[in-house]
Design a protein around this ligand. Structure first.
Ligand code: ADP
Ligand code: MG
Length: 269
């Protein structure tokens, strides 16, 4: 496996969180989070349900800004920046709960991932007008290449609601990739998948890093996947970091075993 620490890569962290805290009313969803993801890493975020994984991602991507702490993207402070601006800095994400548009084809859902290249405020229907303009070929090329990369040719024209969960998740990944991100955040991309679908998805995540140089923050419950493809991981429990390091070390950490594996039976996936 490629090691992010090998070679002569830029040592500035792609994402750095410093003492991050996000509360919802009286509930402290995450607190004291220090996180650094190096360029080219696949960094795993694990922890039981409700431990703050999605909240951390929502803080980074601007959906729920932190009340305390700082977030640096490639060394620049993006704390509190709204989501559309974060997206324009080549940060793409998928959502824990599928966020596809039913009634639209897989292709049209994927095309929407190009929206960051639209002027702000342009409504969805303008996408087609915009796609028909002179830039169409370039945009199409990106989309076609991603469809091929994720092996979605056979279902490109199918309404997304007719697809299996594994293919829906793959369409979501495609929509994130057509934005040509440098940093990709995946929130439980393998939830609900069978073993074969999981293996495909794990392969695509690895290839996204290896072939496209994308740095990945991966929220994932499946420990076989975490151990198999992550370079480093961080474990959360009740909104706090309880372990960071090599996957095999973190999963062997007694605090992590107690917090995470002890509650693993809660996870349906
Ligand atoms: P995880 O992704 O690890 O399962 P979450 O980040 O979704 O955990 O949730 C962490 C805690 O924050 C939970 O107690 C959850 O109920 C709470 N929480 C998350 N989002 C919100 C929100 N928008 N409003 C209120 N509470 C929230
Ligand atoms: Mg979550």
């Amino acid at each position: 496996m490629n090691s992010p620490s090998s070679g002569t890569k830029d040592s500035t962290a792609v994402i750095e969180c410093q003492n991050l805290e996000r509360r919802f009313g009286g509930l402290v969803a995450v607190t004291g989070i220090d996180l650094q993801v190096a360029r080219g890493e696949i960094f795993g975020l694990v922890g039981p349900n409700g431990s703050g994984k999605t909240t951390l991602v929502n803080a980074i991507t601007g959906f729920y800004p932190p009340q305390r702490g700082r977030i640096l993207l490639n060394g620049s402070d993006i704390t509190g920046m709204p989501p559309h601006k974060v997206a324009r800095l080549k940060v793409a994400r998928t959502f824990q709960n599928l966020a596809l548009f039913n009634g639209m084809s897989a292709l049209d859902n994927i095309l929407l991932g190009r929206h960051i290249y639209l002027n702000p405020g342009v409504i969805k229907t303008a996408l087609y007008w915009w796609m028909s303009q002179k830039e169409e070929i370039a945009h199409r090329q990106v989309v076609e290449e991603v469809i091929e990369f994720l092996q979605l040719q056979a279902v490109r024209d199918d309404p997304v609601e007719t697809l299996s969960i594994g293919l829906k998740k793959r369409v979501e990944l495609a929509r994130a990739l057509v934005a040509e991100p440098n940093f990709l955040i995946l929130d439980e991309p393998m939830a609900g998948m069978n073993q074969e679908e999981k293996e495909y998805m794990a392969r695509f995540v690895l290839d996204a890093r290896d072939e496209r140089g994308i740095t990945v923050l991966l929220i994932e419950h499946h420990m076989d996947v975490v151990l198999g493809i992550c370079d480093r991981i961080m474990a959360l429990n009740y909104g706090e970091v309880i372990g960071t390091g090599l996957p095999r070390d973190v999963v062997a950490n007694p605090r992590v075993i107690e917090a995470y594996l002890g509650k693993a039976s809660q996870h349906a996936a």
